[in-house]
Design a protein around this ligand. Structure first.
Ligand code: PMP
Length: 361
């Protein structure tokens, strides 16, 4: 087996244990004579996989009992629209904090649905930093405050969640879900596309407080109704059973290595190593992000010229280090070091960066 180090931003590397277990059981699942993805989602076998995934989310993220866990289709992008459709009623305003491309996309959808107010916009600094609490003026009557906890493209991350003074905080955690414990006393809802830290693409994990759920509109087409998904334990319609299963396998892997504590320890070690390399390169590699706001999941950097960046990406690929091209909207380089990226991958990347600098610096 020749698996390379895949630094792609998503879909991205999954734990090899997740892939192997899925491969072993793909054709016949637990003596049922069929694959899990061929069987009815109304049967006992699927139901137990479904419920196990949900209970592992609850356990690993320490989700309180008064929060609902939903497994929905449409990725994170559908949540950009579902959130305002459910919670941004006429006569109310939703507060958005713009930290980069993904927060802006969420806001673009909300603007179509209702009235929004941008309470902080990082545009002046080219989206290289997260605001301090003191810069946030959150209206106490806002329908909700929306943030993107980790900007996958810009490589910036909220190190701590803002205090919204009781206004429901909703966070797009697509690229840092399951990489950190969550302060539930500050958060009413998180959502995340599964294709980075959890599973293949095709699903969003949504976690929502009961007080927020109670405020959701019910006069919407069925799939857009959180209340229906909650009442039906995410089985209102046919669930993305393959992705639900794979999510459960990844969660089991996280549990087997020691849970979020170990995930955090590995995350810090990998990020420290990579940012350390950038910082000691005498400006050959440049990370544009404010140090306090650096992402622990998506590390971005520039080289002295675009030609060198192209050469870097090409030669790295030849060394088995793939997916290092920055997002097409910003260029440069980016290494996504999600939970499944082993330390050995980051070590190999840092080694390559040293050699490349010695030859081209
Ligand atoms: N939010 C963030 C932070 C993302 O990184 C992405 C995808 N890269 C999305 C939302 C969109 O997710 P999806 O493709 O699952 O709709």
């Amino acid at each position: 087996m020749a698996r390379i180090f895949n630094f792609s931003a998503g879909p991205s590397m999954l734990p090899v244990e997740t892939l192997q277990e899925a491969a072993e059981k793909l054709v016949e699942f637990d003596n049922t004579g069929m694959s899990l993805i061929e069987m009815s989602h109304r049967g006992k076998t699927y139901e137990s996989v479904h419920n196990e995934t949900i209970s592992l989310v609850r356990e690993l993220l320490a989700v309180p009992n008064n929060y609902h866990i939903l497994l929905l289709q449409g990725g994170a992008t559908l949540q950009f629209g579902m959130v305002p459709l459910a919670f941004l009623r006429q006569g109310t305003t939703a507060s958005y904090i713009l930290t980069g491309s993904w927060a802006k996309k969420a806001h673009d959808d909300a603007k179509i649905v209702g009235t929004t107010s941008v309470i902080w916009d990082g545009k002046a600094d080219n989206y290289t930093r997260i605001p301090a609490q003191s810069e946030l003026n959150i209206p106490s009557d806002a329908a909700y405050v929306h943030i993107c906890s980790n900007e996958t493209i810009g490589g910036i991350q909220w190190a701590t969640f803002p205090d919204t003074g009781g206004v429901p905080l909703i966070a797009d955690m697509s690229s840092d879900i399951l990489s950190r414990p969550l302060p539930w006393d500050k958060i009413d809802m998180v959502y995340a596309g599964t294709q980075k830290n959890l599973a293949p693409a095709g699903m969003a994990l949504v976690i929502m407080s009961d007080r927020l759920a109670k405020a959701a509109r019910t006069d919407l087409p069925a799939y857009l109704r959180y209340d229906l998904h909650i009442q039906n334990n995410s089985l209102y319609n046919t669930p993305p059973s393959f992705v639900v299963w794979m999510t459960g396998l990844t969660l089991k892997w996280v549990k087997s290595i020691g849970g979020l504590q170990e995930i955090e320890r590995r995350r810090d070690e990998k990020a420290r190593m990579l940012y350390g390399m950038i910082d000691c390169s005498g400006g050959f590699y440049r990370n544009p992000v404010d140090k306090e706001s650096r992402s622990m999941m998506n590390v971005v950097w520039r080289l002295p010229s675009e030609e060198l960046e192209e050469k870097f990406i090409k030669e790295a690929k030849q060394e088995g280090l793939d997916g290092l091209k920055g997002h097409r909207s910003v260029g440069g380089c980016r290494a996504s070091i999600y939970n499944a990226m082993p330390l050995a991958g980051v070590k190999a990347l840092v080694q390559f960066m040293k050699h490349f600098m010695a030859k081209n610096g």
